[in-house]
Design a protein around this ligand. Structure first.
Ligand code: ADP
Ligand code: MG
Length: 304
């Protein structure tokens, strides 16, 4: 019998458009391969769609808030239908950069030094604190966004102006700036799928560099690393994936500087359009876009 797949895409996060694109592309592949597919938004539609469409598996194509942080996962747990990617707790922990950095540090995984900022200091106090704990430039970022939304590199001269842009968050991360190379690693279950290097033409791997073709970010695969270092970054990624209890596919974002890997974050709902990084790494390893999607469906589960 043909399998029925419910794809959830869109949503309320700042990565809505990317998620819709993922949803459409995954649907196209599945339909081509004889699956029956329905796409829904993550709202009340889900409940009616589950009742009427009766999916065998749910494909979570969401990114960011509500889709990647455990919220949608906890709703799906109540439906008793296997869903793709990580479960409730691991999604919540991975999406929260404060919590996940604490786990990395506890487990001797190098991550940039940081402190939390609650918008409660004068310019003078903040600059003094940064000089003491980190040194300029620093990176400021929200705890739970993705796609480089509201991530800024700040100098002493513009820090207050940039911080003002993030005022709607309760707290933010202020982190040491790590120069050097940008390398990301895909994990597929318990398999180290591979690494890719990004060479943005822009100041850093920001939203435009990630999604706008005109930004001309170069993707390098295979990554030019010694065998030892490649093994090292793959092992760190698999450890992080396991420590946080992730399922399915994850993508870990690193900076590589002075022969050290700094783990910035682990993404439990990495981009899954045909041109996204995980599918690109998979393709390099001989796994087609469809094979990757099919593996994710097989790996889908509940209660984790
Ligand atoms: N501490 C840092 N040092 C240097 N660059 C950073 C740092 N933190 C973030 N960046 C840059 O910003 C990008 C997005 O940061 P990241 O922490 O991965 O958040 P997001 O969830 O938005 O992807 C990174 O890929 C990197 O280019
Ligand atoms: Mg990232």
């Amino acid at each position: 019998m043909k399998k029925r797949i419910l794809i959830i895409s869109g949503g309320i996060s700042k990565e809505r458009e990317i998620s819709l694109d993922t949803g459409r592309q995954v649907a196209k592949e599945l339909i081509k391969n004889n699956y029956i597919v329905k796409i829904v938004e993550p709202n009340l539609e889900i409940h009616t769609a589950i009742k009427s469409f009766k999916p065998n598996i749910i494909f979570n194509a969401l990114h960011g808030q509500f889709g990647e942080d455990g919220y949608i996962q906890s709703i799906l747990e109540t439906k008793n239908i296997p869903y793709t990617h990580s479960g409730v707790i691991s999604s919540a922990v991975a999406m929260d950069k404060e919590l996940s950095k604490k786990i990395f540090i506890q487990n001797n995984i190098l991550t940039p030094k940081y402190f939390l900022y609650y918008f409660n200091k004068s310019k003078f106090e903040l600059i003094k604190l940064i000089n003491k704990k980190l040194k300029f430039p620093v990176v400021i970022k929200p705890i739970n966004e993705g796609s480089s939304v509201n991530v800024f590199i700040c100098k002493k001269s513009n820090i207050m102006k940039k911080i003002k842009l993030l005022e709607d968050y309760k707290k933010i991360i202020i982190e040491e700036f790590i120069p050097g190379r940008e390398i990301q690693v895909a994990i597929m279950g318990d398999k180290k799928l591979g690494a890719i290097e990004l060479k943005p033409k822009r100041k850093f791997y920001d939203y435009e560099a990630k999604y706008k073709k005109s930004a001309k970010t170069k993707h390098l695969i295979p990554v030019d690393l010694s065998k030892y270092n490649l093994n090292k970054i793959l092992n760190i990624s698999l450890r992080a994936h396991k420590l946080i209890g992730c399922r399915g596919v994850t993508r870990s974002d690193f900076k590589f500087y002075k022969n050290k890997f700094y783990l910035l974050e682990i993404n439990t709902q990495p981009g899954m359009t045909k041109l996204s990084l995980v599918p690109e790494i998979a393709a390099y390893k001989g796994i087609s876009f469809f094979n990757l999607i099919e593996w994710m469906l097989k790996d889908a589960s509940i209660k984790r």
